[in-house]
Design a protein around this ligand. Structure first.
Ligand code: SF4
Ligand code: SF4
Length: 299
């Protein structure tokens, strides 16, 4: 089996509810079971749940902060320059007052750069926390937990990814969908494993997610989850676009039962170990067909 040490393998899905995290935690467990050193990074910061299955003992926690401008009203001349330049409408200039809306601010720093009177300084605000620890099978674990109602997921995702350790296989659990947090998670990946369900909705969202991975030039394969004997439109699409099927997991009430109990499926149902072996072998072939190091040098 291919040694995946040093690889960044991102588990993604076009939509929620495909079983992405189930596949991600079980694949992390499988690689650790085969003797590889594994680090699991949960970048699904709005709804992280990898910890439910990997059960890490948390050893450290730190706040994730972003820069937010602070205005000294005594220096502000209400010239309107900051509000005019802010692309994100995070500053409103009123006669005699300048208001900041921190939830809209993207921390670009432009407003302080253009302020002619030096009225804007840089403060910070918390957007969430990052925790790390060690889970089952000695899996190194990091996740981010975004504050409720917080929109700025990307800085927290970057903080989680900054914890990547050398000499480990990195299994990165991406948020569902194709928004900015997904792109931030996919950046720097050596391969993407798209977990999909064989339904019209699953296929629709899978196509969009695969287009994003193509734009980022990341080798992509698919895990078909909850298969019920094949779904022709999905297999036709994958064949036409030359996208490999890395593994097929059948619809199985036993999997659903163990999932609902927060269990690692492979511990309870070892008959699926061969499925994850196929995933590892096919992923190795996918990576082997791409010059990862050359691609990294270009990025
Ligand atoms: S830091 Fe950037 S995004 Fe935030 S208020 Fe200033 S100009 Fe707008
Ligand atoms: S650019 Fe500076 S002086 Fe002008 S409105 Fe903004 S904070 Fe006030």
């Amino acid at each position: 089996m291919t040694d995946l040490t040093g690889m960044n393998i991102t588990m993604a899905s076009g939509k929620g509810g495909t079983g992405k995290t189930t596949v991600a935690v079980n694949f992390a467990w499988f690689l650790a079971y085969t003797g590889q050193k594994v680090q699991y990074l949960d970048c699904d910061v709005e709804e992280p749940n990898g910890h439910i299955f990997l059960k890490p003992a948390i050893r450290a926690s730190s706040a994730s902060k972003v820069m937010v401008p602070v205005i000294d009203q005594t220096k502000c001349t209400s010239c309107g320059e900051c509000g005019a330049k802010c692309q994100f409408h995070a500053i409103v200039n009123l006669p005699g007052d300048t208001l900041i809306f921190p939830g809209l601010c993207h921390s670009c720093g432009l407003c302080s750069a253009v302020c002619p009177t030096g009225a804007i300084t840089e403060g910070t605000r918390d957007v969430g926390i990052m925790e790390n620890g060690k889970g089952t099978k000695e899996i190194e674990f990091i996740h981010g937990i975004l504050n409720v109602g917080e929109a700025m997921a990307v800085p927290l995702i970057k903080k989680v990814k900054s914890g990547l350790k050398d000499q480990y296989v990195h299994i990165v659990d991406a948020p569902p969908g194709t928004s900015c947090p997904v792109v931030a998670t996919l950046n720097g990946s050596d391969a993407v494993v798209m977990v999909t369900e064989p339904t019209p909705f699953g296929l629709h969202d899978l196509k969009i997610a695969i287009d994003v991975a193509k734009l980022l030039n990341i080798p992509t394969g698919v895990v078909i989850n909850r298969d019920q004997g094949g779904y022709r439109p999905l297999s036709d699409y994958l064949e036409t676009n030359n996208i490999p099927v890395l593994a097929v997991i059948p619809e199985d009430p036993d999997i659903a039962r163990h999932y609902s109990q927060g269990s690692i499926i492979l511990e309870s149902l070892p008959r699926y170990i061969d499925t994850y072996l196929s995933l590892a072998v096919n992923l190795g072939k996918l990576l082997g067909g791409h010059n990862v190091h050359a691609r990294r040098a270009q990025s």
